[in-house]
Design a protein around this ligand. Structure first.
Ligand SMILES: [Ca+2]
Length: 505
């Protein structure tokens, strides 16, 4: 009985799916949206108007948010360029994809399962411009692993991996005709000598090529802005001229005394003194670089409209990590604190009904979710090997969204700042394992929903003992996941016992 029912069901499915190959191709091309993934470098979520900053001008980001979905608790699970980029491409935590400075490059086996590669395989016309940020080698120890794993993908590889490759070398250059930029970007140097708007112009030309291909497209642009050096486009000098910025409530070293001593052992605390010496100049440069990206975003949307592509093109806007900007006396990123790990995330899908646009979602999301979301948008099943989730269900039915926590981690730099943490919409728990004569393993518990400035460590407050217990359990779940899925390459297995908070010392 069971067998005959299965046979009948298969026959029915076969009838339903009988369409001519030509019809199928047309249907797929019509149904599948184009996807633009816009990625800034070192942009924290506090830097955007629609995230509550009334001191900046980001009208195009605000408009994108007003017409799309603003994710208000978006974290980069590793807050550093190379690892975050590898995570975005593969949907995997750093300990699983195994790629970061001082650890190593990405292996071809992982890259083959990244969103650019699998979307191209599924018939998308793909493009990449800007900072790629990691190298890809055939196997562990292969040439190209180099110091820190290498941050540069060779041009010939880029040309092989994408239909249109305009990736740069290393950190790329702010000067459009700078030596680290691709020739396809340099061609805009006369009109846009600062590179940010050159990416906008590049996108416009890419849309024409993509349209001619007859395929849906996936374009990824990785802006250099607002990464150091703070040399913004002088065309926007007038935007913040003579402006004096209010400092955040947790600005400066006087707001670091309550933090784990481990957090103050790295270069984030000792370097980047310009945030102390000249906050106004630093934040003005930072904000002006972001304003330039805002203008490029406007160029990209205008070019989409001119090509008649606006109605079927999804835009995802986010960054690879946040930036401390002097909070608690920190500069740089890397640490699991709010400023360094949080970035804006806006997803604009013109096909969605008005009831699902212009809204906010406060569930915690992460860079691990970018590839799964892109897969889902392209109509592909989200592969099992990804740690993240598609955010489309969170957009459509937020009340049924099941995931409550994600992990944050740092396995780069000096041993003192190696850390593993978990965050929910309301709470963050951080474990700092490093010990020496002056410090023991340290726990931190912040009620981030009420204490965005992380001004009170509640881990030793008796009234929050239950909260601590609950977040420790969340931590242990994520640590178990790490133990299960950690890559055996690039020395990541050493971090499993280190981050085991119940380990016998
Ligand atoms: Ca970065």
């Amino acid at each position: 009985m069971k067998c005959s029912m299965t046979t009948a069901l298969l026959a029915l499915l076969a009838c339903l799916t009988v369409v001519s190959p030509a019809t199928q191709v047309v249907a797929q091309a019509k149904d599948r949206p184009n996807i633009i993934f816009l990625f800034t470098d070192d942009q924290n979520d506090l830097s955007v108007g629609c995230y509550g900053n009334d001191q900046v001008q980001t009208p195009n980001m605000d408009k994108l948010g007003a017409e799309g979905i603003i994710f208000t608790n978006h974290y980069n699970t590793t807050a550093i360029c190379m690892a975050s980029r590898a995570t975005v491409m593969t949907g995997q935590y750093e300990y699983r994809v195994g790629c970061n400075f001082s650890h190593g490059p990405m292996y071809a086996s992982s890259w083959a399962r990244s969103y650019p590669m699998l979307l191209r395989k599924a018939g998308y016309f793909t493009g990449f411009a800007g900072k790629f940020g990691f190298n890809i080698v055939d196997k562990p120890g292969a040439k190209g692993a180099g110091r820190g794993g290498g941050g540069t993908l060779a041009h010939e590889k880029g040309e092989a991996y994408f239909d249109v490759w305009a990736g740069g070398q290393g950190q790329t250059s702010y000067e459009t005709d700078g030596k680290n930029n691709h020739q396809r970007i340099k061609q805009y140097a006369d009109r846009y000598p600062h590179v940010t708007r050159a990416y906008g112009a590049f996108a416009g030309d890419f849309f024409k090529q993509a349209k001619a291909s007859g395929k849906p497209f996936c374009l990824s642009i990785s802006f250099k802005s607002p990464h150091l050096p703070f040399t913004p486009d002088p065309a926007f000098d007038h935007v913040y001229a003579n402006k004096t910025y209010r400092k955040p409530a947790n600005y400066g070293v006087k707001h670091a005394a309550h933090l784990a001593p481990q957090s103050r052992t790295g270069r984030q605390y000792k370097s980047y003194r310009f945030w102390v010496d000249d906050y106004q100049k630093s934040i003005r440069g930072y904000n002006q670089l972001i304003h330039g990206v805002d203008v490029a975003l406007g160029m990209i949307r205008k070019a989409l409209a001119e090509q008649g592509l606006s109605d079927n093109t999804v835009i995802i806007f986010t960054s690879d990590n946040g930036y401390s900007c002097g909070a608690h006396g920190f500069g740089g990123k890397v640490l699991p604190y709010e400023e360094a790990s949080r970035s804006p995330l806006i997803i604009y899908d013109p096909r969605q009904p008005a009831s699902q646009r212009g809204q906010r979602r406060d569930a915690v999301t992460g860079n691990i979710d970018m590839a799964p979301t892109i897969f889902d948008l392209a109509g592909l099943d989200v592969p099992q090997h990804m740690d993240g989730k598609s955010l489309l269900p969170l957009i459509r039915e937020p009340k049924r969204w099941p995931r409550e926590s994600i992990a944050l981690m740092n396995m780069w730099g000096n041993a003192g700042i190696h850390t593993f943490a978990v965050v929910t919409r309301d709470w963050k728990y951080i474990y700092w394992p490093y010990t020496n004569d002056q410090m023991q393993p340290t726990e931190e518990l912040f009620h981030v929903a009420n204490d965005r400035m992380e001004s009170k460590n509640l881990s030793t407050v008796a009234a929050h003992a239950d909260d601590l217990k609950r977040m420790r359990a969340v931590y242990d779940e994520h640590h178990t996941h790490m133990r299960h899925y950690v890559t055996k390459f690039n020395k990541y297995t050493l971090f499993v016992p280190l981050f085991d908070r119940q380990r016998k010392k």
